[in-house]
Design a protein around this ligand. Sequence first.
Ligand code: CA
Ligand code: CA
Ligand code: CA
Ligand code: CA
Length: 299
Amino acid sequence: MKKLPACIVGAFLLALIFSPLVSSIYPDPEYLNTTTTATQSPTKWAVLIAASGGFTYWLHEIFEKNDIRDLKKVLLTHVWKNDHIRCFLEEEATKNAILNTSFEWLNTNGADEDDIFLFFFNIHGYYIPVDLPPVDEPDGKDEIICPWDPNVNGWNIDTYIVDDDLAVRFKTLKSNNIMIIFDTCQAGGMIDGSSDLGDSGRVVLTSCDVNEASCMFFARLHWMFPYYLIQGLKGRADLNHDGFVSAEEALNYTKKPVAFRSTIFNQLFDKQESNQHPQLYDGWPSKENNTEELKLIEL
Ligand SMILES: [Ca+2]
Ligand SMILES: [Ca+2]
Ligand SMILES: [Ca+2]
Ligand SMILES: [Ca+2]
């Protein structure tokens, strides 16, 4: 996901020249502080995380910031209050911020059992060649995400976060209504182990399967999966037309366009990665009975 051949840069520059979307390259900083006065029960919270880790790919940063900006815009226009959304962008998205600050913010500000929590990780993902305790992986490999660390240009256990450890942090949350979104490479590995992120009271959406990479969407200046996810949250994913976009519907909406366009991306740039197939872990309302859907957005 994070290698950038010269041909990609050339294609991007051509896209800039002919794209009507140039004005959206850089996020509007004022928007990140937009407020809304609307309130509704249940209370909704969001933690939005985007970082290029120790890598300094400027193009990745642009796409990540566009993803965060547009996702936050959708949430603000659908009941989320500005002070109930916490963003960690690039150098703010440290290991400590992800594992401690974000969870402490929720646990010390009154977020409780019937609230809805949304977590969005737009970050490097990979795997390690071992299954660290707890031994839980069908493929013998734990998956990892890589927070911001400008001093690390590679994989370092002091910097990356193993799926086992992230799962432990999520168990500290009170809410029984949690939606976790991973836009990473090997994202399906966040839900392939028995001690991973899957649990009762949760829906987990992943941008690709365990052995796949996640790609960019140059024409829209976004990462591929978040682009379609955000379009779905705006209303297109309301597949049963009940006036709500559920977490489950949002994932289903992304499947076809992401699979199709990632195929084009890989052929266009002659990449060897598998095409992208978004995955769903549905543990809501519970692992035992998950047929109801977690209504995230009221249209
Ligand atoms: Ca493990
Ligand atoms: Ca695994
Ligand atoms: Ca895993
Ligand atoms: Ca369900």
